[in-house]
Design a protein around this ligand. Structure first.
Ligand code: PXP
Length: 247
């Protein structure tokens, strides 16, 4: 089975920094440590309200990273201009609501298919690999393929929530949907990624899906780093992913 990439999301290093203001902890330093610990890429979400990652963080990440940057962004003109200025390796288009604590669901590609098709075209032309963050639903995946996305990232949040709350049937149903939709997206020629809410407990079945070539994981790893340090926290995630793929 092909190796699965691990993208480490460093947003919540910035959340902790911003709780006090000032410069520490530094998201770039965390990203560089993540690189050393085996991250294949760094993911950062510049939210419209700049609640964690800032414009200056993106400037510094673009200048200071050796691994690819996956720039998560809402489909707004402001974010498109920033992405076109930096031309990151990858952009991941996510839905964004000011009042939400995190990205709660996937993008509704069907609802705004033609606008999104126009929106991603210049990003693709600039050389960024365009990913769409969506739920494991056939109609949304088909729409992502029609608008010309290269990648779909399947939202694993509902699966992880069901696991955390001990709702076994719901957890199994979510996992079944992700499994089937990963195969479906792959059959349409889309590269398949997954992420949101993943932890050491929830990662193995997702990491084992052969079509899923990348996982993006943030909150759990930053939390776990309080207890074991960021490098060891990432190394353990890497180990679990490799073990799930029989590597
Ligand atoms: N993938 C996408 C598209 C996301 O929006 C997020 C959260 O910002 C993640 C992955 C990582 O989720 P978590 O921080 O829960 O691991």
């Amino acid at each position: 089975m092909s190796k699965q990439r691990l993208g480490v999301n460093i947003d919540h290093v910035a959340t902790v920094r911003n709780a006090r203001g000032g410069a520490v902890p530094d998201p770039l330093r965390a990203a560089q440590l993540a690189e050393e610990a085996g991250a294949d890429g760094i993911t950062a979400h510049l939210r419209e309200d700049r609640r964690h990652i800032t414009d200056a963080d993106i400037d510094r990440l673009v200048a200071g990273l050796r691994v690819p940057l996956n720039f998560e962004m809402a489909a707004t003109d402001e974010m498109q201009a920033i992405a076109l200025r930096h031309k990151p390796h990858a952009v991941c288009i996510v839905p964004e609501k000011r009042e939400e604590r995190t990205t709660e669901g996937g993008l509704d590609v069907l609802r705004e298919e033609s606008r999104l098709a126009r929106f991603i075209e210049p990003l693709r032309d600039a050389g960024s690999r365009v990913s769409i963050f969506i739920g494991a639903q056939e109609a949304q995946i088909a729409a992502a393929a029609r608008i010309g996305a290269a990648v779909v990232e399947l939202h694993t949040g509902a699966y992880c929530d069901a696991h955390a709350e001990g709702r076994t049937d719901a957890c199994d149903a979510e996992l079944k949907a992700i499994t089937e939709m990963a195969a479906y997206a792959h059959s349409l020629g889309l590269e398949v990624h997954a992420g949101h809410g993943l932890s050491y407990e929830t990662v193995p079945p997702i990491a084992a899906l052969p079509e899923v070539l990348e996982l993006n994981i943030g909150h759990f790893l930053i939390g776990e780093s309080i207890f074991r340090g960021l490098g060891p926290a990432i190394a353990e995630m890497r180990r679990l992913m490799d073990a799930a793929r029989g590597a």
